[in-house]
Structure formats: C-alpha cells, structure tokens
Design a protein around this ligand. Sequence first.
Ligand code: BGC
Length: 809
Amino acid sequence: MKQRSLNDWELVYHEWSPEKQPTREALLTLGNGYFATRGAVEESPAGGPHYPGTYLAGGFNRAKSEIGGKIIENEDMVNWPNWLPLSFRCEDGEWFDLAHVELLDYVLWLDLYRGVLHRRLQFRDRSDREFQLETRRIVHMDDPHSAAISWVLTPLNWSGPVEIRSAIDGDVTNSGVARYRDLNGRHLEVEETGQVGEQAIFLTARTLQSRIRMAQAVRTRVWEGDEPAAVERRTQSERNWIGQSLSLMAEQNKPIRVEKVLSLYTSRDLAISEPAFEACEDILHAADFDVLLEQHQQAWRRLWQRADLELAGEKSTYAQPVLRLHLFHLLQTASVHSTRQDVSVPARGLHGEGYRGHIFWDELFTFPYFNLRFPELTKALLLYRYQRLHWARRAAREAGYRGAMFPWQSGSDGREESQVLHLNPESGRWIPDNSHTQRHVNAAIAYNVWQYFQATGDMEFLCSHGAEMLVGIAQFLASIATYNADRERYEIRGVMGPDEFHTQYPDREELGLDNNAYTNVMAAWVLKTTDVVLKLLGEDRKAELLQLLDVSSEDLLRWQDVSKRMFIPFQPSGLISQFEGWDNLEELDWDRLREEHGDIQRLDRILEAEGRDLNRYKATKQADVLMLFYLFSPRELSDIISGLGYDFDAARIPENVRYYLDRTSHGSSLSRVVHAWVLARTDRDHSWDLFQEALVSDLDDIQGGTTSEGIHLGAMAGTVDMVQRCYTGIEMYDGVLWLDPCLPKELEGLKFCVHYRGLWLHIQLDHEIMTVSFENGRSCAARIGFDGEVYEMCSGEQKRFSLSEGETS
Ligand code: BGC
C-alpha cells in the first residue's frame, strides 16, 4: 500500500510511521504567522518520535552554555508550552498512546485548502477494546490568538467509564535538534497556573532572559451527539503542568466529541492589557469548534484567491500539490498577522528549531513571491530590518567601518546571532563557525528594498525607510572596499560568499576570501542603485538623509568611483572566478567521492571528519557566482559588469553555469532552486530535473533528517517563484511589468494573478498564447511589456499575445 499520496489540495499519509514522524511533524505544522504548532500527535509528550513544538514569531531568548571550558551564548526561537495534550483511558487502564495499541487503520491528512489537519484511526488496546478516533486541528488564520482541536472517539466493542485528560504542559525545552542538545535548551519558567470558570484552565510562562510572557488558556468540552455530556470534571496541577480530567460513561458505537479550544497571548502583543488577562477573558467567550472552523476556512479561502498558482497538464503529477504545500507553509510563516509583530521569516519557518529561528539572506528567495501577491507583507518584513538599523550601525562602527552592517543571522534585536561554534555530527567535533563574514546579506536587503519598490511603486516607503536602509548599506559596502593602486581598482577582502564551503584560504591565518565575485558585483550594484534612489528623493529629502546619515559629497563621489571600478576576478578561461585565488585550488574526484560516501551534499562534514580542509578544493556548497544570473537578467548583468569596465559576453553564461554546477554538492536547499532557474532557458531538461528535486527536498527530506528541524522556507518559496517569475519571464523595471514566457515542455499551461503597482492582473498562458487581463485595482492603468513593446491597459481590458507572433488582440 502507498505510504503517502498527494491530491490537488491534500497531503495524505496512509500509515503511522515512528521513523518518519519527525519529518511529518514539520510538514504538518499549522500556523498563522503569529504562532505555529508542529503536527505532533495530541496524546504524547516529547520523546521518541514525538516533538510537539509551539513557536511564536519573534519569540526569542538567549541562553549560555559551556563547550570545552568556553562559555558561548546563543539566541533561540523558544519552544513554548505545549497546548496540545489530550488523551483518554478506560476505567483505570493506561493512557492512550500509539506505541501501546494495535493499529487497525491509520490515515493522517492535511487539507491545504481549508488549513485543517485530520487523523482517522482505529485501534485495539491491550484489553481487546476497539476504538475509532477522528481528530481535526486548526490554528486559526483569522484570529491569530486562537487554535482548536476536535476529537471524536467511538468505542466499537465496549461500553464503560472513560476518563479524558486535557492539559497545558509547560515542562518543555528546546531539544528538537539533536546537534544542539549539548547546549542549554532551557528558556522558560512557568509562572502561574489556574482555572478559568468551570471549563477552562490557564498557564503562564516567561522566558528566562528576554522576559517575554505567554499565557495560554484552554477550554475543554465534551458532547454526546448534540448534547453536552454529563462529565465529572477535576482540575489538577503539577509542577509546570495543569490539566483537567473529564470522566463519563462511554457507550458502544456512540461517538464522544471532545473540543479543546486555545487562546494564546503574549507580552509582545499590541493593544492588550496583560497576556493572562486577555487569554482568560478570551477563552470565556470563545466560540465552538465548528464556528471557529468556519471562520478559519473562510480566511484560507480568501488567502488562496490571492495566493494560488494553477498548473495545467503537468506531467509529473505532483508539482501542483507540492507547490500548494509550499505556498501553504509560506502563508503560515508570514501572514497579515506578522505585519503587527516586528518579525521577518525564519529560514526554517515556525516549524522547528533548526537555525534557531534566525533570519538569513533567505528573504531574497521569499520576498519575490510576497511582492507580487501580498506587498503589504513584504513591506512589514522589510521594516523588521529597518527597526534594527541601530544595531547594524553599531556593528559597522565596532568593526571599524561606516554605515550599517546587517548580521548574517538575525534574531531579536538585530545583533549578529551566528553561532560561534557548530558541531559536526560526522566527527563529533566542535568547529569554529565563520559564516558571519558573509557580508553579502547587506546587498540582499538592498536588493529586496529595490524589488519591493519595483513591484509596488511605493515611493513613500522608498523615500523614507527604504532610502535610509539603502544609504546605510551603500555606506557600509563602500567602506569595506579598499583601493588597490596597482590594479587601479577597488577590492573587498576577507569576506565569504554564499558558498559556505569556503571560509578562508588554506594557508592563510585570517578569515575570509578576497574579491568574492558575487559580493563585489552586488556591492557595485548597491552603490549604483543608491545613486539612482538619491536622485528620486528630491533635493530636500536627499539633503536631509545625507546629513542624518553623515554622508558627505566626497563620500558620494567615492561611491560613484567604487561603483565603476570594483574589481571582478576572472579565470584565465574568461569565466567569472568565485573569488581571487580560486584557480589555485585543487579539483576533487567527485565520482569517487560519490562512490565512497553516497550522499555528498554535506561534503564539508565528510571532509572535516577525514581531517581534510575543504578550503583547498574547487567545490561549492551552493550557487555563488551563479547567484548573479539568478538575480539579474543577462541584460542587467551585462550593464553592471560592462559598467565596471569589463567585457562581459552574456553568451558565455551557460558555460559559467556548467562549470560551477559540475563542482557543486547542493549542500544547501537553496542551491537546486538557483541552478534550476539559471538553466531554465538553456538546458531545459536539466533545469526541470533540478526543479523536481527542489520540489521534493522537504517532502522527501532529501538532506536526510533536516526537515524535521523545520522546513526550508527559502527553497519552498524559490520553487513557487520559479513558476511565477522564471517560467513567465516576469521582470519589473521602469514602471513596466515585462513578460517573456518560457514554459517547460512538461507543463501545458499556467494560471495565476499578480498584484502589480496597485492592480490585479490575471495571467494565463500555454505554449502558444498568453492572456493578460486587468480586472481591478486602485491604479487606472497597467503597463505591460512584451517582445520589446509596452502596452497600456485599462481596467476591464484583456490582451492576448501569441507567443510565436507577438500581440494578437
Ligand atoms: C545556506 C545559507 C542559508 C542558510 C539558511 C545554509 O545552509 O548555506 O545560504 O542562508 O542555510 O537557510
């Protein structure tokens, strides 16, 4: 029998699998952008295959640990009290647990359209009593503070007394990632527990260092048919735990319906008095499960109207549902509720503790989708960076630079959160972590500001927050560039590019590499773009901003100079060199490595365990040079590179791609997305294969165990954006949305809508015809570019373009 199936809107698992449960818990996480809870079963606490995690967007805490006599500090996205616990027992038997019953039937499914997690099982206990249990769970998409569970339990061959237990468990730690378990995972203390009215209980907890408080209140009710069941209710509390048991007589074949409703508030919330006060007040007025479910489903219906992507005639049978699964998790990680929270998107979603909930350059992969669907959301997420400019300025100052230096990993206040040491599970050794020297994260933030502006035309944002970030970043990048008089060019020394396999030169003490091509080109682009933005601001605002940020006219001249004379390393063959000195590195025998080790995605760990230094070799973890072809069209890149005084032949892009692709282990989930993108027009079969791999990377957990630590949000968003922008050739510049479709042969067509500069455009295409309809919106005209022509479209208009002959009507 199949273990898993995917329908258009459903992910279904047909059996209980303790081995696969950790991955499934991440994939079946429910959330609403404010908080999320992993798809763990209600009846079991953490342990064995179970890891119920509840995470709050922006809910961080710092803790110190000792490693090898050294004290190190990490900031983690905290695992908060578990609101799921719900179980039952018969008479005085044992509490229901999947490990102690014989399963007769088990199916678990996620309804992506409605945002509901279902489970239906039949089982026999050790006393031969048989039951059917149907469970549903939601994390409310409309009311961010609410979630609910419904259980329908039917005794199939037995009648007698049953006890149901519903609890809140505050005895939780951050222990979801095996590699981090030697580090301190205790972040919480429970403050108070108590009863609210007759049917509800509450628990409040506080983080030990950041002192964020959370209150959870749950109400549990039991029905037989449509009538409230006659139950004897007892509230019990233990250390860090509070529960209610509800005893009743069960009758054979008569379903018992249990509803558990949660109300959750924190001290980070706006417009509240105090978290426990709000949670307790809320729970007293909470609606029944069915009412909550209906509101929740309506919220999801509204979301999907904006969010969906429809594929036609897709030959692989799973791209459609997997893309919807990816969209589902994107929409659960960031939603309209995030706009009130001062948060951005953690690399691993709100789905697990991998990378400690930190925010990376991965925004670069996530924001393009939001830009064209939920631009108000991108704006709020960009403001997360803006709010942390003070830290970025301090970091630049302390490192001896000017402007704003954003951290590689960001958490609560925007300081550098990259870990100092990481554990190589292959060797058991703690290794210094140098990834914080990835200064290119700054360029990613600048790029995101500019892309948001291109998609929205939001001048207010650009002139205020956007320009302040751009100028700060430009000033920083100009200040890390040093002039090399011999070359008569500027250089950036001692940094890492996106490829994390290369942290320094094999024979050099200092960290970092010189002239990482990606970083240098991005720096030149940032300086050039900031100049354009300064011109858009108008004289007064420009003068105000430059004064505020202490940028002189000499600085501006230098920026211009750097933007025209940045050094880019090339290999003797004329291909772009990842960094200076790449040529001197040794080649690896990739076939032999694959033969010896099988999975070589994490070549860094394999070689370190063998005592070899990966810095010696021409091997990349992920796209580095190739990021340039991902972010810029050949036209744009030619402009940038020729603007720097180099000859750049766009016809050689495929050669560059092939060269680096042959030397990549795809150790980051972002890698396949980028490679699929840059091959999409030149090697379409290979591109489609990589896209397929990227699609299943979390679903099939292709990194062997990392999905359980949280989904890979950047890769998920990247696959969606591949369809949205790459296959349609969407580019936005000069106030025009350009389209240049190139559908893979495996897809017959596409249908979706985009929100471009205040209006909704519906785009539908197959291999022959593309139709663009401007249905409604707040702007009066849309400017669409196709095949070198710009078309002005008014509300209600539709245009058809022949993909072989240009405009038809
Ligand atoms: C990748 C980074 C990425 C991070 C978080 C790492 O494995 O190398 O590029 O930002 O994961 O997703």
